[in-house]
Structure formats: structure tokens, C-alpha cells
Design a protein around this ligand. Structure first.
Ligand code: M6R
Length: 616
């Protein structure tokens, strides 16, 4: 988490950095800070607890216009509480250097103790301050350049970092480096930008370089970009062109990014399937499968690793792959996988799912799986992020930037990619007939319109209904089969943005414990489309009703059985079972959004969360 941004050029440094921080605020927002250096060698550091807007207010009466270079940071606290003094940038004891950091320095205590022994004093509880003090210490004691001091200091560091450092007396230079945390350099016309992702860069230039692990970038006014390794060897500069537009980063008339992203789904699903479901649905094929036929033919098992919402998509992927390809599938939390003793064979395909492409646990799981000989396939959204670069092959979901912390369009994009993945593999392995594939392929093409229809028919209804449920303190979300992961996802959505306790359960498990919770004050959201488990879930609906619980049911259009029992019914169009999660998750997204709004919560930036979880 945390977002870092840097700028050197002839524009207004402060303005560029603040705008960049706003774009990166989704990564963390408990404090923000900025370091500016003017051409007289004056280094000023301004910090404020809370959101970037607080920093702006704080800087209103400060001289920020004379800066010629600067770095800035928006924080998601790991070491030390959110406060002014723990906010970045941190500076060295003699005030010569300022540094911003995204990641965690795991051996910071050892380094800190050693520096204290040398007489260093610290102003904050952060791991980051240790790094800037260490760089300064090496620079002074070795009488070397900032670049050399950074190289030497980073060799001492265990952990993850994306850093940017400025030096008081060198207002023409930023030194930046990365390991396991993302960093993108933008090469503009006489200017350089750096940032945790491309969003602060895109309006200045489309030419970017994604830094690799243990590479250091030297951004110097009037000179071309230079990259070196920790060993001071020249590294190759691979300039990529951004496929991102500024309009994708704005709210486009919606009050929140989350609502915009929910309503974007007809389009994002279309973008996701474009070129992959072709010939009127007759052909469904992902290039990642086509290019790796042998791997997919010899595969004997899939292991899917992911976190949070992506893990829920992975569970749906398990049903899809088992149903369509008849191959066993294991789904693991990446954080558990990495510290278990996983048994992985070279006939396994490990699928890593991550919207951001930067989740630390998922990245670690990928490295372990690769080390054990598995072929690793990535499903990600952010082009150029770490996971697509670490995996052997993969598929982008192509849903555009997701800014709201609560994942919505990325979830449906992930499920759509997993559906196409299962169909592609089924075609390759002959586990489905061309006719069966065509049937689903054709139906996939209708999904964007169906999602559009749900948004039209249910938005207002859910908005009104949510008023009744705004003050419920607990919710149960129940589903079976493909609807079970949808229930988990619905519950996660509600808790993360409204701070209401919600539990997702396979509906049949309810009677083994959670049923004890049900009373008039505990509403249940039951996902009950007409599928092969419909009759079974009707029983579960009855069981909730018999205990006085109120029921919101997501059902297939025309369902009159559950409609009779439930207190509120949200109808969705009929689709094949394998496509139902995309359809049934839409009303659940709206429920969580409106309940959170009624409660006055900040849905785009819920407390304690960050969009991109780059720490363990
Ligand atoms: O970027 P990733 O998909 O790897 O992120 C995984 C989770 O952190 C993420 O899905 C999280 O659970 C979301 N806030 C859910 O809305």
C-alpha cells in the first residue's frame, strides 16, 4: 500500500505532486506529505495526518511555488500509528535528504539499533526513517554520492520497497528504486515523473518505464533517464506506451467511483470478452491458452491463489473448471499458501488472480509455485503490474482502472475471464462438445445487456429497500453451488464499506451453527437463482423464515415460490448456472453501496483499507 509520486521538470512541482497524490489516494489515506527542493538548495517537508485534502489545507500558507523538484506520499500505516510525525517524507537527521517509501523494511529494527549505537536519533516509529538515516550515514561515512549510498543501503535491506529520495544540495536529481513494490517512471518532454502506478503520469506523458526489482533510476534534469542495478551495472531501459486515458480516472458525473464502476459493468464486460468470444459465440479462446497448449493439455490439477474478492472469484473458477474441464481444482488464500508446505507438481497449473497485480501475498505465492516447477497463469487488471510480469502467461480482464477500494467491476471481469478460461481449456481438452461451447459462448455475448437491464430495473428498488436495512447490525449472506462464493463476496462488500458485520455461508451449512444467530434483527440475503440446487435452497429460505428472520432474495425472473416467502425480492434474468455469479452479484453490489451511503460512509475510501495491498 501507500502511494509515492515524484516530479522534476518545469511545471509547478507542488501542483503536479498533489494531483498525483489524489490519484494514488486509493492506495492509502491516513496521512500525506510532500518534500520540495528549490533551486537555492532549500528542502521543505510538509505533512498532515488524514487525507491529501488535509495536506493541501496545511500547505495553503506555505511557499510551495519555488520548488524545482519534489517527492510526495500518501500513507497506509504499517509501522507506527497514522500521525504527522509518522507521515512521509522522512528526512535524515542532518536534514540533507528526504525519502518516501512504499513497502516494509523487515529488518528495520536491527538496522535501527545499529544506527542508534552510532548516535542516530529517530523522530518516528516507522521503518522508513531507518532507511533514510542509513542512506545518510553511508553517504557521510563513505564520502560518496547519493546514488552510491542508496545502492549500498538497499543491499542491507530485507523487505519490499519502492523509494524516491531527494537531496537538499542537488535540486536537479531524484534517485528512485524498487523491490517487490511497484514503481513507474514517466518520461515527458523535459520532465520526469515517478509514481506507484501510471495514473499520476498519464496526463503528462504516455512513455513509461516499469522499474524491475533491484533497479535504481536516476532522474536528472536535462539528462536522459539512467537505470542501474544495485551493483552499479547499467540496466536496459524498456519504454512502454500507456494505454490509459484521463477520463477513465474521473468520476464521470457519478457521486462515487464505486457507483460509476458498478454502472460501467455492461461496458467493462464487453471489453473483457472482446476478441475472445468470436464468431457469434462459436469460438471462445484465450490467447494465453492457445500459446501454451502443451501445458494445458498435460495439466492434471489447477491450484488457484488469490486474496479477498479475487479469492471469491477463484472459488467460482473452481466450479467452472471442474464442471467444464473435469480437472481437480484447489483454491488457496495466497497468504496461507505461501507459508504452508504446498505440494506442487510440474503437471499443476497455478492460476494467480489479482486486480491490482501487486498483492504481496499473491506475488509471493507465485514465486513459490514457480520455484516448485508449476506453470503459473495470471489473471490481472493492471497492465504492466508485477503479477503479469512474474507469471508465465495470463489474461488481462481489461475492465479499466478500478479506483473504488471495494472491488466490483474487477470481480465480474475476473469471473468472466475464468469462464472463458474454462471454456478454452474444455475446447482444447475435448471435455465439452463444440455445440456446448457455442451455447455458452452465445450466452456470454448477452451478458453485458443483461447486466445493463439489472442496473436499470433494480437500482432504484435497491436504493429504497436499503433504507429499511440501514440500521441492521448483522447480516447473513447465503448461497449454494455457484451462488455460495457470490454470498461470500456480497458479505465482504457490505462489511468493507459500511462496517456492518456480515457473514457469507453455504446455505446448507447454516443449520450447523449460524442458524442460532437468526432472529427478527438479523436479515439474510439469499442468492437463489433457478439452478440445480434451487429446490434445496427453498428449504433454507423456509428455515430462515421459520425463525423470524427477514429475507432479501435474489431470484430468477418469474420465481413465484421464493417471492411468496421473502420480504424483498430482487429479480435477475435467467442465465445458465455457470454464468449466474456475474448476474446475481450485481444487486449485492448495489445493496452494499446504498447501505453504506445511508450510513454516511466514505465508500471509495473505507477506513483501514487500501486498494493495493503490497504488504504482508
Ligand atoms: O488486487 P487484488 O485483487 O490482489 O486484491 C485482493 C484484495 O485485497 C481485494 O480484492 C480486496 O479484498 C478488495 N478490497 C475487495 O473489495
Amino acid at each position: 500500500m501507500c502511494g509515492i509520486v515524484g516530479y522534476i521538470g518545469s511545471g509547478n512541482v507542488y501542483d503536479v505532486l498533489i494531483k498525483g497524490l489524489h490519484r494514488l489516494e486509493y492506495r492509502g489515506y491516513d496521512s500525506a506529505g510532500i518534500a520540495l527542493v528549490d533551486d537555492k538548495g532549500k528542502l521543505s517537508v510538509f505533512k498532515a495526518k488524514g487525507k491529501v485534502a488535509n495536506l493541501e489545507s496545511y500547505c495553503e500558507d506555505k511557499n510551495t511555488d519555488s520548488a524545482v523538484v519534489g517527492i510526495a506520499h500518501t500513507r497506509w500505516a504499517t509501522h507506527g500509528e497514522p500521525s504527522d510525525h509518522n507521515a512521509h517524507p522522512h528526512y535524515s537527521e542532518d536534514g540533507n535528504l528526504a525519502l518516501v517509501h512504499n513497502g516494509t523494511i523487515e529488518n528495520y529494527q536491527i538496522l535501527k539499533d545499529a544506527l542508534i549505537q552510532q548516535g542516530c536519533t529517530f523522530q518516528s516509529e516507522t521503518d522508513t526513517e531507518v532507511l533514510v538515516q542509513l542512506i545518510e550515514y553511508i553517504k557521510v561515512h563513505n564520502n560518496c554520492s547519493l546514488l552510491d549510498a542508496v545502492r549500498e543501503a538497499l543491499k542491507e535491506v530485507v523487505g519490499a520497497y519502492a523509494i524516491a529520495v531527494v537531496e537538499k544540495d542537488k535540486p536537479d536529481t531524484i534517485i528512485a528504486a524498487r523491490k517487490s513494490s511497484p514503481l513507474v517512471i514517466g518520461i515527458g518532454d523535459g520532465e520526469f515523473l515517478l509514481a506507484s502506478d501510471a495514473t499520476p503520469i498519464v496526463e503528462y506523458t504516455k512513455d513509461v518505464v516499469y522499474l524491475k526489482d533491484e533497479e535504481i533510476a536516476i532522474l536528472q534534469r536535462g539528462k536522459p533517464l539512467q537505470l542501474v542495478t544495485l551493483e552499479n551495472e547499467k540496466a536496459k531501459i524498456d519504454v512502454k506506451t500507456l494505454q490509459l486515458s484521463i477520463s477513465q480516472l474521473e468520476k464521470g458525473g457519478y457521486p462515487h467511483f464505486m457507483l460509476k464502476e458498478i454502472f460501467e459493468q455492461p461496458k467493462t464486460l464487453l471489453d473483457c470478452i472482446r476478441g475472445r468470444v468470436v464468431d457469434g459465440g462459436k469460438q471462445v479462446m484465450l490467447n494465453g491458452v492457445l500459446d501454451n497448449k502443451e501445458q494445458f493439455l498435460k495439466a492434471r490439477r489447477f491450484v488457484i491463489v488469490a486474496c479477498g474478492t479475487s479469492w471469491h472469484a477463484a472459488l467460482i473458477g473452481k466450479y467452472l473448471l471442474q464442471d467444464m474441464c473435469h480437472i481437480p481444482v484447489a483454491v488457496e488464500y495466497a497468504s496461507e499458501f505461501r507459508y504452508s508446505k504446498p505440494v506442487i507438481y510440474d503437471t499443476d497449473i497455478v492460476i494467480a488472480i489479482s486486480q491490482s497485480g501487486e498483492t504481496a501475498d499473491t506475488l509471493a505465492a507465485i514465486k513459490i509455485a514457480k520455484g516448485m516447477g508449476a506453470f503459473v497463469y495470471g489473471v490481472s487488471n493492471v497492465v504492466g503490474s508485477s503479477i503479469p510480469r512474474e507469471t508465465d502467461s495470463g489474461t488481462y480482464i481489461h475492465v479499466g482502472p478500478e479506483i473504488g477500494v471495494a472491488s466490483t467491476k474487477a470481480f465480474t471481469g475476473q469471473v468472466m475471464v475464468l469462464t472463458m478460461l474454462a471454456l478454452s481449456i474444455a475446447q482444447l481438452r475435448g471435455t465439452m462438445t463444440p455445440h456446448q461451447i457455442e451455447e455458452i459462448g452465445k450466452e456470454i455475448l448477452t451478458i453485458p445487456d443483461k447486466v445493463e437491464g439489472i442496473l436499470k430495473s433494480l437500482n432504484e428498488k435497491v436504493k429504497q429497500m436499503s433504507l429499511i436495512y440501514t440500521y441492521a447490525r448483522n447480516f447473513l449472506y447465503l448461497g449454494r453451488g455457484y451462488s455460495y462464493p457470490v454470498a461470500l463476496e456480497g458479505a465482504l462488500k457490505l462489511k468493507e464499506i459500511s462496517y456492518v458485520h456480515a457473514e457469507g455461508y453455504p446455505a446448507a451449512e447454516m443449520k450447523h451453527g449460524p442458524i442460532a444467530l437468526i432472529d427478527e434483527e438479523m436479515p439474510s440475503v439469499i442468492i437463489a437463482p433457478k439452478d440445480h440446487l434451487y429446490d434445496k435452497i427453498v428449504n433454507n429460505v423456509q428455515q430462515v423464515k421459520a425463525r423470524g428472520g427477514s429475507i432479501i432474495a435474489v431470484v430468477t425472473e418469474g420465481d413465484d415460490l421464493i417471492s411468496e416467502i421473502a420480504d424483498h425480492v430482487l429479480e435477475v434474468p435467467k442465465v445458465s448456472e455457470c454464468l449466474s455469479p456475474i448476474i446475481t452479484s450485481i444487486p449485492l453490489q448495489l445493496i452494499s453501496y446504498y447501505i453504506a451511503i445511508n450510513k454516511g460512509k466514505n465508500v471509495d475510501m473505507p477506513r483501514n483499507l487500501a486498494k493495493s495491498v503490497t504488504v504482508e
